[in-house]
Design a protein around this ligand. Structure first.
Ligand SMILES: *[C@@H]1O[C@H](CO)[C@@H](O)[C@H](O)[C@H]1NC(C)=O
Ligand SMILES: *[C@@H]1O[C@H](CO)[C@@H](O)[C@H](O)[C@H]1NC(C)=O
Ligand SMILES: *[C@@H]1O[C@H](CO)[C@@H](O)[C@H](O)[C@H]1NC(C)=O
Ligand SMILES: *[C@@H]1O[C@H](CO)[C@@H](O)[C@H](O)[C@H]1NC(C)=O
Length: 517
């Protein structure tokens, strides 16, 4: 008897590991893959700013006590999805993920962090960013209650920085490809946008157009138009809903909860989960769980670490309790809509539909091994945004002296140099080598001590840019690890050579010069 009781317990314990059913996408809706009911997100943003030190990655999913404290209170609120903006993949997240799973809560995880993200003003997408994203995918894909990844949040946020979206979409494409290559379950990857009147139409289509492998699996809008007592019509929610009425992917409010009027009454909840909106939207995520300086909290964490419920919590709970969204059944839902055309380049929208290549460690390593003049250890690796670092100023200087076509990216023109994804150090080595070969003197690799002569380890620069990214490994690949996979190679060549003769000519000259001199 005792044994069978233990066995039963074990069986229960192991089945509770899979307590939540997988949520899948069909057409423009989410569904519970087992019950086949439509799934509406009743989400809360979760990013307590507790112990921030200057360079710490915040990670609310690495604080088991806080998760165990918060998960049941979120369940009581009616929460079924948690949106987390920043984690550190090096931490262990098992305990937190279990707390939330036990509370019936899925995780919607933003993959970028302040240290690893695409800068909207000077967008780049390189090997270190790609590797950081892969690390986060690896750390979280194993959790049954991970509902989706968000590849970028409000990166392009107005008409002055739209080319950044080409870089975000490339990252989104590569995250999708990486997840697929791991042969696990499919995990949706989407984008969360702000709501800017000049770009809202273009950006929603941009992330949903073109090659299906690079389309976002869902689109989120951070929408704060409904403030205080308002209506579906007056708030702007009606117009936003109409704009998405034919969208071919699921859409939801990736943030909502205007706080211009406090305490918040959350009268938008009845619209969001009512007949006016459920045909188009799959629910939303309330911003945010804890009270912080920006005053959006549902609860207050006291100095001793206890939770105090704020009026917003109680108000939201009342509204969520009343919300009874009526969905469709998965099998009965067969509507399939076409993806839109990609938005044209206009005065307000300037992101090319030609995306940056997939960063390849192997390509950069191959390139550096072909050089006879590289950046020395004296070149500072610091690449801070503020102040001038040696490497940044050296790159600027060198770009005035030799052609930078092979290491720069242009998300508006859709031009990406063959080594544009390499690290700043590797890029500088490339430029030093170009200049040194042009000078052809015994001291031409000097660069005030920042250059260093080396014996090239290989002589195949033409093949370097064709080396495919290594999907299997996150750490840097060793020498000769790159496989020249045809598909990726042809993509790079197509996208390098498909654009303008000057650009092609410069690449060919540079390659030829490097090889023959
Ligand atoms: C800050 O953290 C990032 C990411 O872990 C790291 O790359 C960087 O070197 C750190 N900077 C400092 C000054 O410690
Ligand atoms: C959605 O499709 C219908 C039918 O084709 C069309 O009348 C309507 O204008 C479309 N709405 C939007 C926002 O494109
Ligand atoms: C950085 O470089 C710019 C332009 O060369 C210069 O004006 C500025 O003073 C420099 N800033 C620092 C912190 O060195
Ligand atoms: C490469 O660029 C060409 C020209 O713009 C484009 O038609 C093609 O779809 C791109 N290929 C890939 C794989 O991105």
């Amino acid at each position: 008897m005792k044994i069978s009781a233990t066995l039963l317990l074990l069986a229960c314990a192991s089945s509770s590991t899979f307590a939540l059913n997988e949520i899948v996408i069909k057409g423009s809706k989410f569904f519970d893959s087992v019950t086949k009911d439509q799934f509406f997100i009743k989400g809360v943003a979760y990013q307590p700013r507790g112990e921030i030190s200057d360079n710490n990655t915040m990670d609310p999913l690495a604080d088991p006590a806080a998760c165990a404290r918060d998960a049941p209170m979120m369940a009581k609120l009616g929460t079924n999805v948690l949106r987390v903006y920043e984690v550190d993949p090096k931490n262990n997240h098992d305990a937190c993920m279990k707390s939330f799973e036990d509370a019936g809560i899925y995780l919607l995880l933003d993959i970028a962090t302040p240290h690893f993200s695409i800068n909207r003003k000077s967008p780049e997408y390189g090997v270190s960013l790609y590797n950081a994203y892969k690390n986060t995918v690896d750390a979280f894909s194993k959790y049954n209650n991970l509902i989706a990844f968000i590849a970028g949040n409000e990166v392009t946020n107005d008409k002055t920085n739209t080319p950044a979206s080409a870089f975000v979409k490339a990252a989104l494409r590569d995250i999708k490809t990486y997840i697929k290559s791991k042969n696990g379950r499919s995990i949706p990857v989407g984008y969360a946008s702000n709501d800017d009147e000049y770009i809202r139409d273009a950006i929603k289509d941009y992330f949903n157009c073109g090659d299906p492998d690079s389309q976002a699996d869902f689109f989120g809008v951070n929408l704060y138009e409904w403030c205080g007592v308002s209506t579906f019509e007056k708030s702007g929610f009606k117009d936003r809903t109409q704009e998405f009425e034919n969208y071919s992917k699921p859409v939801f409010l990736s943030e909502y909860g205007c706080n211009l009027v406090t305490p918040r009454g959350f009268s938008e909840v009845s619209a969001l989960y009512g007949p006016e909106m459920t045909g188009v939207w799959s629910g939303g995520v309330v911003y945010e769980w804890t009270q912080e300086n920006n005053r959006y909290g549902l609860v207050q964490i006291t100095p001793s670490g206890e939770v105090e419920v704020l009026p917003d919590y109680t108000n939201l709970q009342n509204e969520i309790n009343k919300a009874k969204p009526k969905g469709v059944k998965m099998d009965a839902y067969t509507e399939s809509r076409a993806a839109p055309d990609c938005p044209a380049i206009t005065g307000n929208w300037k992101a090319s539909i030609n995306l940056p290549p997939t960063p390849s460690d192997g390509a950069c390593e191959c390139m550096v091994q072909n050089l006879e003049c590289v950046a020395s250890d004296k070149v500072s690796m610091i690449t801070g945004e503020k102040g001038n670092s040696t490497i940044g100023s050296q790159l600027d200087t060198m770009c005035g002296l030799v052609s930078c076509g092979d290491i720069v990216s242009d998300g508006e023109k859709g031009l990406y140099g063959g080594f544009s994804f390499c690290s700043p150090r590797d890029k500088l080595s490339w430029l030093y080598n170009l200049k040194a070969r042009e000078l052809k003197t015994s001291t031409s690799c000097g660069f005030n001590g920042l250059g260093q002569e080396v014996a090239p380890k290989r002589f195949d620069i033409q093949t370097c840019a064709k080396i495919a990214p290594n999907l299997g490994e996150v750490t840097e690949s060793g020498p000769g690890n790159g496989n020249a996979l045809a598909s990726s190679a042809s993509r790079m060549i197509t996208n390098i050579s498909g654009h303008g003769n000057a650009f092609v000519a410069s690449l060919v000259c540079v390659l030829a010069a490097t090889f023959f001199m």
